[in-house]
Design a protein around this ligand. Structure first.
Ligand code: DX5
Ligand code: ZN
Length: 211
C-alpha cells in the first residue's frame, strides 16, 4: 500500500507540535519536512533546531527534504536532530556519491531528489547507495502549485531503472486524489502532500482520499 508523507510546509507554523500530533493520529506514515535556504529555492523554512524540537512529539519517521545549496555541510545537523531519511537534490552537489555514503554513515536513509528538468540518468551510478528517490512534480520552493504531468513518464522510467533494488519512489508537488492515482499507477511508493492533506482540517479523511 502506498505511504502518505504529509508536508508540514502547509501546517500552522504557530502550532507545529499539535499539527504533528494530529497528523500522527490521522494515519500519516511519515512527516515530510521541507528545508529551504532562500538560495537553491526562493523560499526559507526550517533549520535543524526546529526538527530537533519536534522530534519528541511523534514516533513517525522524519523525512527531511533538503532544498539547500551545499547540503554536504548540513546533513550531519539534521541527522543529529533526529531525521530518519535525508534527501538531497542531485542539482546541489558535485559529489553525490560521497554525500550519499556520508548520509548512510550517519545512520540515516539516503535520498536523492530531482527537480522537474533533471533527467533520471544522474541516478545511474548511485543506485546501490540510494534508499529513496524523490521525484519533484512541481518546481521546488512553494506549496500549492500544479502537478506537472510530464513527470509521470520520469516516475515510470525511474521505477524501471530501480528494478529489484530496495529503493522507494517518492513524489512531491501538486498531489491530490487525482494526481495521486496517476503517480501510484506510474510506480510511486510514497506520496508527499501539503495542500491536499491540510485542506479544510480533516487530515484523516484527506490522507485516506490520497490512498
Ligand atoms: C515543494 C515542497 C513540497 C510541498 C508540496 O517545494 O517540496 O513538499 O510542500 O506542497 P503541495 O502538496 O501543496 O504541492
Ligand atoms: Zn518536499
Amino acid at each position: 500500500m502506498v505511504k502518505i508523507a504529509p508536508s508540514i510546509l502547509s501546517a500552522d507554523f504557530a502550532n507545529l507540535e499539535s499539527e504533528i500530533r494530529k497528523l500522527d493520529q490521522a494515519g500519516a506514515d511519515m512527516i515530510h519536512i521541507d528545508v529551504m535556504d532562500g538560495r537553491f529555492v526562493p523560499n526559507l523554512t526550517f533549520g535543524a533546531p526546529v526538527v530537533k524540537a519536534l522530534r519528541p512529539h511523534t514516533s513517525l519517521p522524519f523525512d527531511v527534504h533538503l532544498m539547500v545549496e551545499n547540503p554536504d555541510n548540513m546533513v550531519a545537523w539534521f541527522a543529529e536532530a533526529g531525521a530518519d531519511i535525508i534527501t538531497v537534490h542531485a542539482e546541489t552537489t558535485p559529489h553525490l556519491d560521497r554525500l550519499l555514503d556520508f548520509i548512510r554513515s550517519l545512520g540515516c536513509k539516503a535520498g536523492v531528489s530531482l527537480t522537474p528538468s533533471t533527467p533520471e540518468n544522474v541516478l545511474s551510478y548511485v543506485l546501490d547507495k540510494t534508499d529513496l528517490i524523490l521525484i519533484m512534480t512541481v518546481n521546488p520552493g512553494f506549496g500549492g502549485q500544479s502537478f506537472i504531468p510530464g513527470q509521470l513518464e520520469k516516475i515510470s522510467r525511474i521505477k524501471a531503472m530501480i528494478g529489484e533494488r530496495d529503493i522507494a519512489v517518492e513524489v512531491d508537488g501538486g498531489i491530490n486524489p487525482l494526481t495521486a492515482a496517476e503517480c501510484i499507477a506510474a510506480g510511486a511508493d510514497i506520496l508527499v502532500a501539503g495542500t491536499s492533506v491540510f485542506a479544510n482540517g480533516d487530515y484523516a479523511k484527506n490522507i485516506e482520499a490520497l490512498r
